[in-house]
Design a protein around this ligand. Sequence first.
Ligand code: CO8
Length: 260
Amino acid sequence: MSYETILTEKKGAVTLITLNRPKALNALNSQVLTELIDAFAAFENDESQLCAVLTGAGDKAFAAGADIKEMADKPAADFLKEDYFSGWTNDIVKKVRKPWIAAVNGFALGGGCELAMMADFIIASENAKFGQPEIKLGVAPGMGGSQRLTRFVGKSKAMEMCLTGRMMGAEEAERSGLVTRVVSADELLDDALRTAETIAGMPPLAVMINKEMVNVAYETVLDQGLLAERRMFQVLTATEDKTEGMKAFVEKRPGNWKGR
Ligand code: CO8
């Protein structure tokens, strides 16, 4: 599939995906969703690709939200019939088992903030601004914002942001646990790509299981999470990479990973 609204590039074992509608501040319309689903599926199915980075073109925005121009005249019945926005969670979050990082430059608003929060973690530039301003449009978050933002930053901040549309700057986002770290705008992409390369250098099955385990902690209660974690750990002990990893440690050399 050739893309018009995103760019993709393989950098060694890392796939870089760039939202590419800078004139519309990378607003997310149906075409972007279709292309992103395809790009993430290609990443997931390509054995040479082990981690991805998602960012926005231009220096102003990661994504300023779902495309308001596309939604403005759409009848309510169509939103329901199409199950509008369902693809984001169903096809991007649920189907991608390999890790991906959001590198947030500038605005991440509405659906843009929600898309960033779908990543396994977020690295932000100093000029990043996060917000759920849907209330100002007479609606509410529709791609997970009220749920994920609350889990990241707690009820108080999430409630205030959803009720007032206030944006959160990068420093507050780091302090509140929304982003892993803040770097300068110039360093953002290099930092995210370097981090992705580090992950790509880890044993692939262990990467997949670690991602699943942290997501279980994020999505379930502690007792079930602890049981799932223990079982996953026990399953990993049956892999060749576990034998190799522990042998390599004892022999003081880097591991040679097989992905099985
Ligand atoms: N959708 C479509 N176009 C957009 C969007 C967007 N979300 N954001 C910006 N643009 C376009 C502008 O229309 C403008 O285009 P043009 O040049 O053709 O007029 C261009 O991008 C540049 O934007 P601005 O001139 O506004 O740039 P500023 O620097 O002045 O302002 C802001 C930047 C503050 C980011 C401003 O653009 C803004 O407020 N954007 C909208 C932010 C927003 O409200 N996002 C949430 C959208 S709704 C959503 O994501 C989920 C909705 C859930 C709905 C559920 C329904 C069932």
